[in-house]
Design a protein around this ligand. Structure first.
Ligand code: ASP
Length: 427
């Protein structure tokens, strides 16, 4: 028998999941899928999330502790954050160009607008309330939130990944400062844990094709709901909007990241995408850069040759704060909603979008559907009624899957860039 490489197996899982999902949706097998198929997807995601905290903790502690000097840490940090911000700003600009040139908001028929507003009205309220909570926080709150008062609290929730990153960094630094013989057993322990977690990632990935199959089939049947013709009508009406987002994401993924790779490293486009493919497929199927993180780290280290020191710092940070796909989507969605309700956005408003989208994407959690909550804040900043998100909620899950792929690809390209500029790119 031919031995297929893992990424081919995952692709087969994805395609079969798509086909089965469409079949199940048209045959009305929704209940069967949610009772008997989707639990396997949930188990797979839980396994990935389960190892995220120990992986980040152990690899970052050993990574920082192996740095010869702390100057290097601040250099890597500065470089990483600068490239993250620049690539996100480029993403938003691409989104704005796409939506202003294509003008998708002018194509939605009036009766569809009313229908969408009515159908999704109730779902809007929850998102607006969630956004209000975010908005009430002070400007420095994200920094305050980064410092935990109890480590076990942080480790008990994957949403607190930045706290885990923070703790790992200060432990790593202190390990450099204490006597070598005292530091050694601690370091040995974390190195052992690190090896162990990497093996766990490998083992969990063995079931990835089945997990991906279940996740995709479940997503399709839940999007289709009870009436698949409604979905087709929705997709038709919002096709142009989706096109504007997708073309932007493609441009960012193919053009901006190639540029990053070219500017900072010698890695070929082909090698990068081939190495990263399983992580991208997983991002697509889970819609969560947080759940994908263990695999992104593994692929970057083992296939792309990024040193553990760099990947363990750049990638967890990226998964939480660097969301180019989300920022691009938010820009397109904000302008699309304004266009649909007949509001003309001037240059000032568009510049406000650039600024708020960059900040909002930093604050977006790495979980499904988080981007649309932060979109409310952008809409308020440019005085577009937030109820307008009803227009786009119906297709949000599909775009979420795609923007998450861009988010993960962006993080990996920066990991390669930073590793290469530090002379830490093997191969
Ligand atoms: N699902 C995205 C992620 O995890 C965030 C979002 O845009 O909703 O990267």
């Amino acid at each position: 028998m031919i031995k297929l490489e893992l990424h081919w197996k995952i692709i087969i899982g994805l395609v079969l999941g798509l086909m089965f999902g469409v079949l199940a949706a048209t045959q009305g097998w929704g209940a069967f899928v949610s009772n008997w198929v989707s639990p396997f997807g949930k188990i797979f995601i839980s396994l990935l999330k389960l190892i995220a905290v120990p992986l980040v903790l152990s690899s970052l502690i050993t990574g920082v502790a192996s740095l010869s000097d702390l100057k290097k840490l601040s250099r890597i940090g500065g470089r990483t954050i600068s490239i993250y911000i620049v690539t996100t700003a480029i993403a938003v600009t691409i989104g704005l160009l796409s939506v202003n040139i294509l003008q998708p908001g002018t194509t939605v028929p009036d009766e569809m607008k009313t229908k969408l507003q009515n159908t999704y009205q109730s779902s809007v309220t929850g998102r607006v309330e969630a956004a209000e909570q975010v908005k009430e926080r002070s400007a420095l709150q994200p920094i305050v939130d980064m410092v935990p008062s109890n480590f076990f609290n942080s480790a008990s929730n994957n949403r607190n990944m930045l706290q885990v990153v923070f703790v790992a960094i200060i432990i790593g630094i202190a390990l450099i400062q204490i006597k070598k013989e005292k530091a050694k057993p601690v370091l040995d322990f974390f190195e052992g844990i690190n090896e162990l977690v990497i093996k766990l990632v490998d083992n969990i990935m063995l079931i990835a094709p089945y997990g991906v199959f279940a996740l995709i089939a479940d997503t399709i049947t839940s999007i289709a709901g009870k009436n698949i013709s409604n979905v087709l009508e929705l997709l038709g009406a919002l096709a142009f909007y989706m096109f504007a987002v997708i073309i932007g994401l493609l441009f960012q993924t193919l053009f901006t990241y190639s540029l990053v790779l070219k500017l900072f490293s010698k890695m070929s486009f082909k090698k990068f995408y081939q190495g990263l493919a399983p992580a991208q497929i997983l991002a697509f199927s889970t819609s969560s850069s947080g759940a994908t993180l263990p695999v992104t780290m593994e692929r970057c280290e083992e296939e792309l040759g990024v040193s553990e020191e760099v990947s363990s710092f750049v990638l967890p940070l990226g998964a939480t704060i660097n969301m180019d796909g989300t920022a691009l989507y938010q820009a397109v969605a904000a302008v699309f909603i304004a266009q649909t309700i007949g509001m003309d956005l001037g240059l000032g408003a568009q510049l406000t979008i650039v600024l708020t989208a960059v900040l909002a994407s930093i604050g977006t959690a790495a979980v499904p559907g988080a981007g649309v909550i932060m979109l409310v804040i952008i809409l308020e900043a440019i005085s577009v009624p937030s109820a307008g998100i009803a227009l786009i909620l119906g297709v949000d899950r599909i775009l979420d899957m795609l923007r998450t792929v861009t988010n993960v690809t962006g993080d990996a390209s920066v990991a390669v860039a930073v590793a290469s500029s530090e002379g830490e790119l093997k191969n």
